[in-house]
Write a protein that binds this ligand. Structure first.
Ligand SMILES: [Zn+2]
Length: 374
């Protein structure tokens, strides 16, 4: 299986574009961390499982020996140029296609067409609900018209998309009421937003819950899954409030509406996510983000998810953001860890090689192909 996994194309159902501005060591190290705070990861971000993985696995893609030191790595990276580095890393990752969250951008970040060229593979878009909601709120639309305006704008922005994403975990956490707010509450909340001078960060529980409701309607109509960020990520989330098990009431409401839910990242709540996926027919999960950041620890991350998740519910994602290296490592480490785990299972007689091959095909792409309107 390790050999099979080396080559099987992976459908990356959640990732972001890369940054192609010239990066000095400080800028590169900031992007190695999920934190936007300076020096969050210690004196050098290379002193981490991710740092070791970049030195070990990415250096050869730049024509260096494995374990090249960080300065030589970055020097060589600059010589080759960010665009060519993107190409090598993205193609090296071996995706079948990329579903890209277009909602988070920063300086030097390339667009979807450029990502398509770098990867040499199809790219599809996933639209962030909260970003569109914030833009509609800030557009000056009268509060009584906000609800209709959001529905129209979200539908328009999602014309070519294949899914929606919610980052409510970053804002107020995942403990949300099952029922959506009444229209009068929504209008009142939109009025308060205006009174507060607009342009702020959307943290109003009524507006956030309403955004998900609008997203649910659209998802039901278009056959979109809704992705929910869960588990670790930026410093602006309170980790225990991003526990996916808190989403159960929303998951049930979406189930009734015929909408699939994909739980992103999930670590350290892999068991909670696997439990939801096992209990609800409309719930899927990935272990993205943790994989590149945990390097050799990816073995345990995947083993923990695989303890209980129904195999038809596990998806692949890199959740790579900004650094092309994260696209490559997300795929490489996922392939290696899953391959080792399944080989151990075969050796123990848990399953046959033929059964294992089918399971790998499902996780690599078939599960995602079933739920996204590709
Ligand atoms: Zn992400």
């Amino acid at each position: 299986m390790a050999d099979l996994l080396e080559d099987v194309p992976l459908l990356d159902h959640h990732c972001h574009p890369v940054v192609e501005s010239e990066l000095d060591r400080a800028a590169f190290e900031v992007m190695m961390s999920e934190s936007y705070l300076p020096d969050a990861a210690g004196p050098t971000a290379f002193d981490s499982p991710l740092g070791l993985a970049i030195q070990r696995w990415c250096a050869p893609l730049l024509g260096l020996e494995p374990h090249a030191d960080p300065d030589s790595y970055l020097e060589r990276r600059a010589e080759i140029g960010a665009e060519e580095v993107s190409r090598r890393m993205l193609r090296g990752a071996g995706p079948s296609q990329l579903l890209i969250d277009s909602g988070l951008t920063e300086e030097g970040m390339i667009g979807l067409d450029a990502m398509r060229e770098r990867a040499g593979r199809p790219v599809r878009e996933v639209v962030r609900i909260e970003q569109v909601a914030t833009e509609v709120l800030d557009s000056g639309v009268p509060e009584a018209e906000f609800a209709d305006a959001l529905a129209a704008e979200l539908a328009g922005r999602s014309r070519d998309a294949v899914g929606l994403k919610s980052i409510v975990a970053y804002r107020i956490g995942l403990e949300l009421p099952a029922d959506p707010p009444a229209p009068s509450e929504v209008a009142a909340a939109a009025r308060s937003w205006k009174a507060a001078g607009q342009g702020g960060r959307l943290e109003d529980p009524v507006l956030l819950r309403f955004g998900i409701e609008v997203g649910t309607e659209l998802a039901a109509e278009r056959g979109f899954p809704i992705q929910f960020h869960t588990g670790f990520g930026d410093p602006d989330l309170v980790l225990h409030r991003s526990d996916p098990s808190l989403l159960a009431p929303i998951v049930e409401r979406l189930r009734v509406r015929g909408v699939d839910v994909t739980l992103l990242h999930c670590w350290p709540f892999l068991r909670q996510a696997a439990h939801l996926a096992a209990m609800f027919p409309n719930v899927y999960m990935d272990v993205g983000l943790a994989i590149p950041h945990m390097g050799i620890g990816a073995d345990r991350v995947i083993a923990e998810a695989m303890e209980f998740v129904p195999f038809g519910k596990l998806l692949y994602s890199s959740d790579a953001y900004a650094l092309a290296e994260l696209h490559y490592l997300g795929a490489l480490l996922f392939r290696r860890s899953l391959g080792r785990l399944i080989d151990a299972w075969i050796a123990e007689g848990v399953l046959t090689a033929a059964r294992a091959e089918d399971l790998v095909a499902a996780i690599a792409s078939r599960n995602a192909e079933r739920i996204y309107p590709l």
